[in-house]
Design a protein. Sequence first.
Length: 179
Amino acid sequence: MGIEMKLRRKLWLMLDFILICAFVALDQYTKYLAVVHLKDKPAYIIINGVLELNYLENKGAAFGMLQNQKVFFIFVAVVILSVICYVLFKTPDHKKYRILHLLLSLIAAGAIGNMIDRIRLNYVVDFIYFVLINFPIFNIADMYVTISTAVLVILLLFVYKESDLNFISFKQKRYRELK
């Protein structure tokens, strides 16, 4: 790998890190605002019967599942972050992978944002509520993870070919070593 290529890869990784930090900061700031302006107060209606801001301390996962499983959630977040770091380090410096960098940075930021809450508070601050469909209350980090994962699945199913993702494989490297 040439010096220029190594430098570009380092710049992309630095950009990933900066994006993750910025997205985590935005998530934590919105949660701070939720605590300051919504805690112990009635719901703030944005669109009557559709959308409101409603403070909730969530000790579980999506839809309130797995209540009080802090260690499990932190473990899962660490595993997810490890996989994301591995993929980001392995991702080639090519234009077609830039969206992959963004999506993985958003997923990492969401995992980190909610993990910060779990470690610091023992619960996750949720505050966005779609009344119209009675959707569980969520936060910005949840949006990062959910939307980015959905887009990533679409890319994996319909855009990237299997050969585009060979850089992730452990087998290919091992196979080359055995040749």
